[in-house]
Design a protein around this ligand. Structure first.
Ligand code: SAJ
Length: 421
């Protein structure tokens, strides 16, 4: 079929390439000229070897001109749905993508939103835009939501293997969307009864992750007081073969999904007169982790008879998770802020984020710093021999991802604090 994907980010670009691979004729659309130039020249706009390979073999037919979608039989919107500084959903990218698409949408086309949205968004935001363009959802165009599910960079779960759910405005919409996804996926596609059920599924699955991380983060803070190693306790609990699902404490929850999606549910709840106080509390706990992490470091510095004022602190990592360069909602930002508020001098090194790095290597960082905080568990950091910290005179290590060798570092006389260990 003729397929147009609007938004060529970490969701839209893999989707466009997969649809093409499965035999559809695909056009990619994005507002970013740089992105379009890259994919048209057969280059990936971001660090993903799979995408780079696919594009090197065959560049993507892409444009910034939305009118190139006019004959499309399937149009899929994959634009960001972030939150603003007050954690309120920011629907502007979605509204502008739908508004410009509506002007060119062919009658009888299938219009799918993959962006993460709260239950009711298709009804309250998308459909009115289509109607304003003279298109009756469910009649002139078929409208459905298929929440994006992608684990960036994962080998275990490539896009075509990830099961999906679909919910349409009408049974016909659902059927058409389901047929499309079954044409590109080698995984189950579950048909839900309403578009709201599909919208709710996505925010529920990611909020599930956020509150479970909040749970172990609270355990970590509590067990810190009791001198219990929370990592050992989680590993112990995980020996239970059923009814337990391990999550791991850390210096903060970052990314474009997990710390964002709960706010979509919270906001929708508020609009409907319900207060998601449990979800709000989970967010508060996770948002406190950067402060908790810094308090561990300051506590250790104090024990050494020093103060944070003027302390030379190296931040190892800036990205929100290992192996990528994405900084969105990364705990790096509040950790740096808290340390600067305490008067410390900061230097950063992240092998994936040169723009945030003050030095060229971990070696250089460790030579300069007296204390370090591991913010991101990049493999390069995990491979550092504990001896090196000793040789470089590092006095304190706060292991923000519980990823370092605690016993070896303590044996070397380095003040080690993990998150809950
Ligand atoms: N984190 C913890 N403890 C955990 C797990 C994660 O502190 O036990 C932190 C990470 O350090 C990171 C943040 O939470 O800062 C998010 O981590 P993530 O592994 O969820 O990574 P994401 O944001 O790439 O999540 C994506 C999500 N996929 C979609 O939303 C489509 C998520 O649903 C997946 O579960 C996740 O990938 C995955 O499984 O890797």
């Amino acid at each position: 079929m003729l397929v147009t994907v609007i938004g060529l980010g970490y969701v839209g670009l893999p989707l466009a390439l997969l649809a093409r691979k499965k035999g559809h004729t695909v056009i990619g659309i994005d507002i970013s000229k740089e992105k379009i130039e890259a994919v048209s020249a057969g280059k990936s706009p971001f660090a993903d070897p799979e995408i780079a390979d696919a594009l090197a073999k065959e560049s993507l037919n892409a444009s910034t001109d939305i009118s190139t979608m006019k004959d499309a039989e399937v149009v899929i919107v994959c634009v960001p749905t972030p939150v603003d500084k007050d954690h309120k959903p920011d629907m502007r990218p979605l509204v502008s993508a739908c508004t410009s698409a509506a002007e060119h949408l062919a009658k009888g086309a299938l219009f799918i939103v993959e962006s993460t949205i709260y239950p009711g968004t298709v009804q309250d935001v998308v459909n009115p835009i289509l109607r304003k363009a003279g298109l009756e959802p469910g009649k002139d165009v078929f409208v459905a939501h298929c929440p994006e599910r992608i684990d960036p960079g994962s080998k275990t779960w490539p896009l075509h293997k990830i099961p999906r759910v679909v919910g349409g405005m009408s049974p016909e919409c659902t059927a058409r969307a389901t047929q499309f996804y079954r044409s590109i996926l080698d995984a189950d596609v579950m048909e839900l009864s309403t578009v709201e059920a599909a919208e709710a599924t996505k925010v529920v699955e990611n909020t599930f992750r956020d509150i479970n991380i909040a749970f172990v983060n609270e355990m970590a803070m509590g067990f810190s007081k009791a001198g219990i190693d929370v990592l050992e306790v989680i590993k112990g609990a995980a020996t239970k073969p059923f009814a337990f699902m391990p999550h791991y404490p850390g210096c903060g929850v970052g990314g474009h999904c997990i710390p964002v999606d709960p706010y979509y549910l919270i906001e929708r709840g508020r609009q409907m007169g319900f207060d998601h106080r449990f979800l709000r509390l989970g967010r508060e706990v996770n948002q406190d982790m950067p402060k908790f992490t810094v308090s561990l470091l300051i506590g250790e510095i104090k024990k050494q008879g020093d103060t944070a004022e003027g302390a030379k602190v190296g931040l190892m990592g800036a990205a929100y998770k290992p192996g990528i360069d994405d900084m969105r909602e990364s705990p790096y930002h509040p950790i740096k802020e808290e340390l600067e508020k305490a008067g410390a001098t900061i230097r950063t090194y992240d092998p994936f984020v040169p723009s945030f790095s003050d030095v060229k290597s971990a070696d250089e960082l460790l030579s300069w710093a007296d204390h370090v905080v591991l913010v991101t568990g990049h493999k390069a950091f995990l491979d550092i021999d504990p001896q090196e910290y000793k040789e470089k005179g590092i006095k304190t290590i706060v292991d923000g991802r519980n990823a370092l060798d605690k016993d070896a570092l303590i044996d070397l006389g380095i003040a080690y604090r993990g998150i809950g260990r």
